[in-house]
Design a protein around this ligand. Structure first.
Ligand code: B12
Length: 266
């Protein structure tokens, strides 16, 4: 059954696919998966490779996002939806799509450090699709961290794929992702401080828009307030809030040479 699902996933355009039985899923900070699908027993992890244009330059340009998040999210959701329907129609099970990104649940506890319904990095590592990197990303031998993960929780009792062995790209890596992080977001114990990462990587997001509004409210004259509203900064916020997220920093992903490390290549 695992092979049938993987074959179907590949036909639907998925680049990498693996399976994790929920008894092998460990992500202490994440919610209980049964909260999303009461019959859930396994998760199918799907990884999509961005178009080459997303990373063809050393610099991160504003226009990379369609080759990256927008296209992969649209194609990924479509593929995952069809795979979910395949699991339901052909294999008689139930499924739940674990989205790549937003929306995540926002409450008092998580609004400063959001938590996804399922930690896709934990599932990718525990099901042998990737290993943890020093950048806290899930590194695949094929594409390094440059993939987008989605998941399908489902009610089938599938057998987990084994974790990867013999691939530890950070051991010999010359790129110091942690100390060169422009947001100084990495902690000693291997976590990423969300607010520090977001300040640099998503400067147009809602938190920074609030700062913009506070600054504007403090301006003494209407002319100065209007000047702020006619600035590119305001329009960048507006575009971001209309869904067009722009990751202005992605150094830990862009410059990571994990896919060059070998020895596992497919
Ligand atoms: C919320 C979120 C963020 C938040 C918070 C990140 C965080 N601290 O978890 C912010 C906004 C900062 C963020 C930033 C980015 N994100 Co983000 N994010 C998510 C999201 C939606 C949820 C993550 C979550 O639930 N975290 C909370 C819990 C589970 O984390 P945790 O248990 O505390 O684990 C953390 C540490 O303890 C540590 N960790 C845990 N175990 C171990 C073990 C070892 C050995 C090590 C070294 C570390 C480690 O890693 C975790 C990160 O701090 C996921 C999608 C998803 N559903 O998984 C995408 C996701 C993790 N993001 C992703 C990406 C691409 C990014 C960015 C590169 C975006 C960009 N700027 O271009 C940056 C990367 C910053 C970084 N190096 O982490 C990808 C990662 C792909 C990959 N190859 O791993 C994901 C999986 C989205 C996807 N669908 O592909 N993200």
């Amino acid at each position: 059954m695992e092979e049938t699902i993987k074959k179907k996933a590949k036909e639907l355009g998925v680049d990498l696919v693996s399976v994790l039985n929920l008894k092998d899923y460990k992500s202490p900070r994440s919610p209980n998966p049964l909260r999303y699908l009461s019959s859930a027993r396994s998760i199918v992890v799907l990884a999509f490779k961005p178009l080459a244009g997303a990373y063809s330059y050393q610099e991160n340009t504003w226009s990379k996002m369609p080759s990256y998040l927008y296209s992969m999210e649209a194609a990924g959701n479509t593929a995952a939806y069809h795979l979910g329907r395949f699991i339901e129609k052909e294999l008689g099970a139930e499924s739940f799509l674990v989205q790549a990104h937003r929306p995540f649940e926002i409450n008092e506890e998580t609004f400063r450090s959001p938590i996804g319904s399922i930690s896709l990095r934990h599932v990718a590592v525990q099901s042998g699709l990737a290993v943890w990197g020093k950048n806290t990303l899930a590194l695949t031998p094929q594409f390094g961290p440059r993939v987008m993960y989605l998941g399908l929780l489902n009610s089938l009792d599938l057998q987990s794929d084994p974790p990867i062995e013999g691939y530890d790209p950070c051991l010999t890596c010359q790129y110091d992702c942690r100390s060169t992080c422009p947001g100084k977001a990495f902690t000693e114990d291997g976590r990423v401080l969300s607010h520090r990462c977001v300040k640099v990587s998503q400067p147009d997001d809602v938190g920074n828009f609030t700062r913009f509004l506070t600054e504007m409210a403090g301006k003494p004259s209407m002319d100065e307030r209007l000047e702020m509203m006619k600035s590119p900064r305001f329009f960048r916020h507006l575009q971001y809030l209309q869904f067009f997220i722009h990751y202005r920093c992605d150094n830990c992903t862009r410059h990571c040479p994990a896919d060059l490390a070998g020895p596992v290549k497919k």
